[in-house]
Design a protein around this ligand. Structure first.
Ligand code: FAD
Length: 394
């Protein structure tokens, strides 16, 4: 692994920083911890598309730039650094596009990929259901084949950004024979969210963001062309898609603006006449976070580097470790920020005594989500135990 970025990559980083600072100055977006999940911003997406920064690693025949995964890492890292909005478009760029390239038909590629690259279409992901979260194989949504179409019925939940997305990438049961394994009976579909029979109810999370939704399918008829890849093999297809989701730098830096903010706060704020940053307990807390952050960066850089070498990250060695580690770091950061800020850290924006405009309390309330979204830490650690360490299953 080469730890140094080339001069060209450093120039690109500067270009991205100048762009993001310009967007903030022009009021296009406001820095927000966790904005990559909770905030969506059409103007910003279009500006990224104009620069060719959506689908930038994809082949040129699909509208991509054929650029390296390290360039994409730099772009994402800087977006996290500035707390840029990522809802909707990040999903298409990060995992739906690569899945369509891997499993889709030529018609599906021609339809979706250029639209993702132009920032014209956004996706929600419909995996989780009330009775099927970690245990995806337990899903109950059905897609019954009828001639050239499928009829979908069931419910998805915790579907991020469904109320503001164009399509849902969903999985549903397509084989009901009792002897068939529950994993070899699931298929993937991309469905237009405006199709009759779909009802979307936004849900509020405890941090006050309304990005989640429950999505109901009431005998929704969709053409057979919405099926992605092989019928009944969707479980295996979606597992490879999750690799793209789990190992990105956003798992470490989702609430990076909070790290920057709390460091500045300790320099500017005195307690008992002493700046907080001079108190040993707080200095060690911040140093500890920096050590963990730098180690975490190496884990996510490694994944980008592997992809650049055209190697697939290993589930146990790379993907699970990077996600579990990154999620822990983010939760420790939220805890440390609340600890340092004391009682004022609990105040939200709107209160004149709020610190960092309420970012600490919002990040703290969002904190449990880090080790749940994209697969819980317990599940990922079980995978490491089973497949990485070869420990017998319970
Ligand atoms: C911010 C956020 C965004 C999300 N966005 C989406 C989205 O866009 N689309 C989507 O489909 N889903 C989304 N989810 C849902 C997420 O994928 C699920 O919440 C997650 O997979 C866990 O499923 P569950 O909530 O049903 O919990 P459960 O699976 O019921 O788990 C409950 C608890 O039991 C533990 N547990 C379960 N099984 C085991 C086991 N075998 N061994 C040890 N411990 C176990 C879990 O680790 C967890 O702590 C999102 C979640 C969050 C927090």
């Amino acid at each position: 692994m080469d730890f140094k970025f080339t001069q060209e990559q450093e120039r690109f980083r500067k270009e991205v920083r100048d762009f993001l600072e310009g967007e903030i100055e022009k009021g296009i977006f406001e820095t927000r911890a966790n904005g990559w999940v909770t905030e969506e911003n059409e103007a910003f997406v279009h500006h990224l598309a104009e620069r060719g920064w959506l689908g930038m690693t994809w082949p040129q025949e699909y509208g991509g730039q054929g650029r390296s995964y390290l360039d994409r890492l730099i772009l994402t890292e800087e977006m996290m650094h500035y707390g840029a909005p990522g809802g909707g478009f990040l999903v298409g760029d990060r995992q739906i596009g690569p899945s369509i390239m891997a499993h889709g038909t030529e018609e599906q590629r021609d339809f979706f990929l250029p639209r993702i690259v132009r920032g014209e279409t956004s996706f929600a992901i419909g995996i989780s259901e009330p009775q099927a979260g970690s245990d995806v194989g337990a899903l109950e949504t059905r897609a019954v084949e009828e001639g050239d179409s499928f009829v979908i019925s069931g419910q998805k939940v915790w579907t991020s950004n469904a109320s503001r997305s164009d399509f849902i990438y969903l999985i549903a049961r397509t084989n009901f024979a009792p002897e068939v394994s529950r994993y070899r009976s699931i298929s993937e579909f991309i469905v237009d969210l405006k199709t009759p029979g779909i009802t979307i109810n936004p849900l509020m999370d405890m941090a006050g963001h309304g990005h989640w939704c429950e999505v109901f399918f009431d005998d929704v008829q969709v053409p057979g062309t919405t099926l992605i890849g092989k019928k009944d093999m969707g479980f295996y297809q979606i597992m490879s898609q999750l690799d793209y989701e789990r190992a990105g730098v956003e798992r470490l830096m989702g609430n990076y603006p909070l790290l920057r903010g709390i460091i500045d706060y300790t320099k500017e704020t005195k307690r008992d006449g002493v700046p907080l940053c001079k108190q040993p307990r707080i200095r060690y807390m911040l140093s500890d976070l920096m050590i963990k952050f730098e180690v975490g960066k190496l884990l996510v850089y490694r994944v980008a580097w592997l992809l650049n070498q055209k190697e697939k990250p290993t589930l146990t060695r790379d993907t699970c470790i990077a996600k579990v580690y990154g999620n822990r770091f983010e939760q420790e950061l939220d805890n440390a920020a609340m600890n340092i800020a004391g009682l004022h850290g609990q105040l939200d924006s709107g209160s004149k005594c709020a610190i960092l405009d309420g970012a600490i309390t919002r990040a703290y309330l969002f904190s449990p989500a880090h080790s749940i979204q994209g697969g819980t830490s317990e599940i990922l650690m079980n995978i490491i135990a089973d497949r990485g360490l070869g420990l017998p299953r319970k």
